[in-house]
Unconditional design. Sequence first.
Length: 264
Amino acid sequence: MPAQPSAIRRRCAGAAVAAVTLALALSGCTTYDTQSPRSARNAAAKAADKKGATSAALPAGSVDCRKAKCIALTFDAGPSEHTPALLKVLDEKKVRVTFFLLGHNHVDKYPQLVKEMGKRGVLGNHTWTHRRLTDLKPAEIRTELERVDTSVEKLAGTRPTLMRPPQGRTNKTVAKVCKELGLSLVLWNDTASDYATTDSALIHKRIMKDAHRDGIILLHDLYKGTVPAVPGIIDSLRAEGYTLVTVPELLAPAKPEPGKIYKP
């Protein structure tokens, strides 16, 4: 069940360096077109210019990541027994994050936490059973996503518009189904392999190593060592001048586009 994004990322990076199509295929990586947060913002600004607007408008209360040094903190595969402790940290640090919720044994096991998570940030979709979507038929992909969307809307009153594919694996079929369901795909650039360690100091070190402006951090609130690392990660990011935002804030004034894949 746990995602192993860093292993996938390392295999993909090696294949990209080789720049050989066969190597990509053998690596298990999936090729797709992505858009970075910065390019999304630039595109929104150009569109505003064409319409004669002086600048693209931001949602009320949003941070302007065209000016601020922004980074998005995201958590996959919750809620879990560790989520209440995470929510307490977010309250204390006054940070809003993006949650990509897992359905079976998570949303259905901790329904009372879903609404509380929605108060601390944006609720996204991480599928119902964490199946690799690129192995599924369109109808199966739709079922994996719609079950989470429907459950989250019922519990929190808002329907997800963002999703994160398990292991970061996606393709044209997955993107097409997401577009039909009104979901944008969100990948990442910074993770700590927290599924493989309970060492909170190591998790902290790994996140800070790859942090950069307009980045998207991936953590999991279901693993024992992760939540204890979060206060220090937040403090260290702020000490380096970062403003922590949600994924929609990172993209603003662009709005997440269904079927589009966003990756720093």
